[in-house]
Design a protein around this ligand. Sequence first.
Ligand SMILES: [Fe+2]
Length: 373
Amino acid sequence: MISLMYPQHIIFGKGVINQLGERVGSLGSKALLVTGRSAMRKSGILEKVINQLSSNQIDVELFDKVEHDPSLTTVAEGIDEARKKDVSVVIGLGGGSAMDSAKTIAVIAKEDGTLEDYHEGKLKIKRPGLPFVAVPTTAGTGAEITNNAVLTNREKKLKKSIRSPFMIAKVALVDPELTLSCPPSLTAHSGMDALTQAIESFISKGSNPITDTLALRAIELIFYNLPLAFEDGSNISTREKVALGSLLSAMAFSNSGLGAVHGLSHPLGAHYNIPHGLACAVLLPWVLEYNLPVCKEKMDIIAKKIGVKRGEDVPDIIRDLLNKLKIPLTFKEWGIKKEDIPVLVKKSRSGSMAKNPREATDEDLENILKKVI
Ligand SMILES: [Fe+2]
């Protein structure tokens, strides 16, 4: 059986941002616009979006407090805002953090209990929330497509997902022009997140022929175009290809699941504040070397898509890509302590880890981390 879940409407292409007012207007007349603290304002995208909405007679309440790796505290504040202002639709504008915060605010605004209860799995989301419209401005996380939000409890150093079919966007509006202002390092990190997601989807235990087709095309698009977008962010043609690759990657992994790279990247983010895309990028070649014995055939297929002969060659060609993107090959500069490894492994046992093609013991994961720190 193949079972797939997607937003009701995915709109992709240059200039589709101009449809935002009309799309939001069909869902409600008062919107909470959820975004980060400064990037959207600096790039001029925020002003453009607010004008778009206002000219379609939509009242806009701005919640611009989202930080990188959104905390339960910030998102709970957004939920209070949505309730107090009695908004009828929630828009997420920005990278994965803004998307994940917005979709959580939209759904929990209509639930009882505290956000922490849902984060810790004590309560389950029972009903549809406010309609959520996703407008990504980075090409990578895929959070505009997924049914989960990764949030961090800073006090408990716990980074994990809240998941529900009710968290899927009503509309995902993906405009590659919005990624033109994304700086090179963020382009590299989010693009490597997308590439990792496509590769992990393709070899995951949950893959199927449809997600495989999406993932393979995503791998090809991102592998060849990401270095070009990193070097020259103003080229809309390469930005469009990376954004399409990222969308296809999200459409694959959101239905297949991921693997050990994503399992390990979350505790590294929670304990050491390593940005998600960067953590994925550094871990990817090491985890692929570990997985290779159980997915040789699929790794050979990936190899052909990215211009090398055999699956065994894939980790090193990815290391070459990391060099081009100025991403380090290990976590040396983060000073990860050896004594933290057992707890990092313990906290890596997520849904992603369960889909890794090779059943990893604690010792296996500890060995991967020892190599990469
Ligand atoms: Fe990711």
